[in-house]
Design a protein around this ligand. Structure first.
Ligand SMILES: Nc1ncnc2c1ncn2[C@@H]1O[C@H](COP(=O)(O)OP(=O)(O)OP(=O)(O)O)[C@@H](O)[C@H]1O
Length: 524
């Protein structure tokens, strides 16, 4: 172990001791700042070690309670300085800024992309990577997270996977992941709605938990507390939503549910067509043709276990919706189903482009950043229209029936929530069995009929992973699923919300399939 490593380890140990002594001042590293400690945080000479790492740090000053700048300057910079890792900092100016940056920059300049903020900022970064024709090589650049948001589900999950005590000092642990971590494969979910394709690293939700997430936005200044307060409000005004859930179970995995649930009678499903629901009319019209689909789950599972490059496994498709041609245009040919839909108004994205030149920068010693290194012409005005690239779907389209070996449940739900990480928030231990790259979506289903008391028990259990003892809460490991919330005749959403990684998406049908090990994240 070199001196630099020893210094970082010492930093880690001394900070844990510091935290044990004082819970009031976890920020306290002493008066260090990059300007004040040109020789490193501990004032030690550091050996010259061959290290060509350079980070791009994206910081959302509006994350959570708005402390991301302070967190970065006081607690991350000292670690990077000690490790002598130079970085370029971009402070986001508006929602979508990080996404545009990821779409338009030469990522080969950086060894990793560090997100200082919440899960929403990482969602932008990942989806920006998929807006590049070279998405596959973009995804080879690992991401890293420093928790500064309200939820911070991925940061907490990483600590859980590594057996580290997140609550003692999440920022330090995340910083150590950056300087000492290795790129680890991470599953992503490909999500398709009627108008969008996106890639998710954390969760997808409909109903109760998503309602809390979105409706508590007005309490953002409170940080994570906002979820607790709004949970009480939603418990009092408990809502149910009608819809249909179809899923492909992971073979060999049994659903996890409470003993009470196993014996309880669940309300019988109603037929969607009899209710006059507008959901997926094609499915109703096509009737038994669902067995004709070529996208059988058997081949889906085989795909999952195959090796090879992502292109070999899935093909590659770009969605060119705004241009209206609706055809997949991958020059290498398309293995999967061509995309017919599209999204993103090209005009609106262009009009909201801001140059990175307007951002402020900080640099570790010896890493001063010239503005031009981020934004060559300072204008940023010549971006190509946004398109979504990435692996093609192996599922039937949203308007086609699901394969015959999928399971289907229909009726009233309190929530459906899915995740591929252990934690969907720093205090929401959603899927204790989940791993970073296990190829599994954990699908939590809570049907109508649950009482407020039971739901309260569920919420309390969510902090320590005992929520599945709650009657009517069922956790199903799946490879893919389709959610079809009933949309009112007037197109409204019955006050419910659908979210992807905590971001609001259109209320309507969506389809999700896990793509194993699609991204890389720095972890130990
Ligand atoms: N400068 C900015 N001003 C306003 N919004 C921004 C800015 N930069 C990013 N955003 C948007 O803010 C949203 C929330 O950001 P972020 O995820 O960092 O914090 P959070 O929502 O508090 O945390 P979490 O997602 O973990 O709950 C994201 O959707 C992102 O697009």
């Amino acid at each position: 172990m070199g001196r630099r490593d020893r210094n970082i380890d010492e930093l880690y140990r001394s900070n844990l001791e510091l935290n044990a002594r004082s819970n009031d001042d976890r920020l306290s590293w002493g008066p260090n700042s990059p300007e004040k400690t040109p020789g490193g945080l501990l004032g030690c000479a550091v050996e010259d070690v061959e290290d060509d790492r350079r980070l791009l740090v994206l910081l959302n000053p509006k994350s959570g309670p708005g402390k991301a700048r302070e967190i970065f300057q006081r607690r991350v910079v000292p670690v990077l300085t000690e490790a002598e890792i130079p970085y370029d900092l971009h402070v986001t100016k508006f929602a979508g800024d990080a996404r545009q940056l990821m779409r338009s920059r030469d990522l080969s300049k950086w060894s990793a992309i560090v997100v200082v903020g919440g899960d929403g900022l990482l969602f932008e970064v990942i989806n920006g990577m998929f807006e590049r024709p070279d998405w596959e090589s973009a995804l080879a650049t690992p991401v890293a997270v420093v928790p500064g948001g309200s939820g911070n589900g991925l940061a907490k999950s990483l600590c859980y996977y590594n057996g580290e005590p997140y609550d003692q000092n999440p920022v330090l642990l995340s910083s150590l992941n950056i300087v000492k971590g290795q790129p680890m494969p991470m599953d992503l979910a490909r999500v398709e709605t009627k108008s969008q394709i996106m890639f998710s690293f954390l969760s997808i939700g409909w109903g109760f938990l998503s309602d809390i997430d979105i409706e508590s936005e007005r309490l953002r200044a409170m940080g994570g507390q906002r979820f607790t307060i709004w949970s009480v409000a939603r418990l009092i005004g408990l809502r149910t939503y009608y819809g249909r859930l179809s899923y492909l179970p992971v073979s060999g995995h049994q659903p996890v549910m409470s003993p009470e649930h196993k014996g309880s009678s669940i309300p019988l499903p109603r037929s969607m067509s009899q209710t006059g629901a507008r959901i997926n009319r094609d499915l109703v019209d096509e009737g038994d043709e669902r067995t004709m689909g070529v996208f059988r789950s058997r081949s889906y599972n085989e795909d999952l276990s195959n090796g090879g490059s992502m292109r070999e496994r899935f093909g590659s498709v770009s969605s060119r919706s705004s241009m209206g041609d609706g055809l997949a245009d991958d020059p290498d040919g398309v293995v999967g189903r061509p995309r017919l839909d599209s999204f993103y108004s090209v005009a609106s994205r262009k009009s909201t482009f801001y140059s990175a030149a307007a951002s402020s920068y900080l640099s570790a010693v010896g890493s001063s950043l010239s503005v031009s290194s981020l934004d060559a012409d300072g204008s940023g005005g010549n971006l190509p229209p946004a398109r979504m690239y990435g692996p093609a779907s192996r599922l039937p389209s949203l308007t086609q029936p699901v394969p015959s070996d999928w399971k289907v449940i229909e009726g009233d739900f309190v929530m459906v929530h899915a995740s591929y990480q252990s934690h969907i928030g720093s205090d929401a231990f959603f899927a204790p069995s989940s791993k970073l790259a296990d190829g599994i979506i954990y699908l939590l289903v809570v049907r109508a009929g649950i009482t407020r008391t039971q739901l309260l028990q569920f919420l309390l259990g969510l902090s320590n992973g005992t929520h599945l003892k709650c009657p009517l809460a069922e956790m199903i490991p799946v490879r893919a699923f389709r959610l079809e919330p009933k949309v009112d005749d007037n197109g409204s959403n019955s006050r419910g919300h659908v979210t992807v990684d905590g971001e609001l998406v259109d209320y309507g049908p969506l389809q999700v399939e896990l793509v194993p090990s699609l991204a890389k994240i720095l972890s130990r």
